[in-house]
Design a protein around this ligand. Structure first.
Ligand SMILES: [Zn+2]
Ligand SMILES: [Zn+2]
Length: 142
C-alpha cells in the first residue's frame, strides 16, 4: 500500500500530534527511509524542499514523536541519536566499518522465555533493546 499525505496526517492525529506540514514531511521521510536516520540526515534531506525548516524543528518533532511512541530513539555507540519508525521489537546490528545500523528479527517466543535472561526476577521491564556490533556481510566480503 502506497502511503499518502492523508495517511501520515491520520497517523499524527492518532498519536495526538498536531499534523503540521513539517511534521508530515518528517514522518514521510522516516517511513520512506528505514535506515535509522539522525536529525542531521533528516534535516539535510528535507531542507531543499522546506527552506523554512530548522534543525531545531526537526529535533523537537522527533522528540515529540518519540514521546508519543511513534518512533524509537536509538542510542548506538555514543554517536548521534538515530530514529526508527519501526517500533515493533527487533534487534539492531551496528557495522563498525560502514556505520550502517541493520535491523534483524527476534523470535518473540524465545525472547519472552524467562530462561533467556537471568537475574531480573521481580524487576518490571519497560523496554528490551537487543544491540549487536560487528562487521556486516557486505564489508566482510570486500
Ligand atoms: Zn558494513
Ligand atoms: Zn530498527
Amino acid at each position: 500500500m502506497e502511503l499518502t499525505i492523508e495517511n501520515f496526517k491520520e497517523t499524527l492525529v492518532d498519536y495526538n500530534i498536531r499534523p503540521t506540514y513539517q511534521r508530515i514531511k518528517i514522518l514521510e521521510y522516516l517511513e520512506g527511509n528505514k535506515t535509522h536516520p539522525t536529525v542531521d540526515e533528516i534535516y539535510h534531506h528535507l531542507y531543499p524542499q522546506i527552506p523554512t525548516l530548522s534543525k531545531t524543528t526537526v529535533y523537537n518533532t522527533l522528540r515529540s514523536f518519540a514521546d508519543a511512541d511513534l518512533v524509537l530513539e536509538l542510542h548506538v555507540d555514543n554517536s548521534e541519536v538515530r530514529f526508527d519508525i519501526n517500533t515493533e521489537l527487533h534487534g539492531h546490528f551496528l557495522c563498525k566499518d560502514c556505520g550502517t545500523v541493520y535491523d534483524f528479527e527476534i523470535n518473540t517466543e524465545k525472547i519472552n522465555d524467562d530462561q533467556l535472561f537471568i537475574g531480573l526476577d521481580d524487576f518490571s521491564i519497560m523496554s528490551k533493546n537487543i544491540f549487536f556490533t560487528g562487521i556486516c556481510k557486505k564489508c566482510k566480503n570486500q
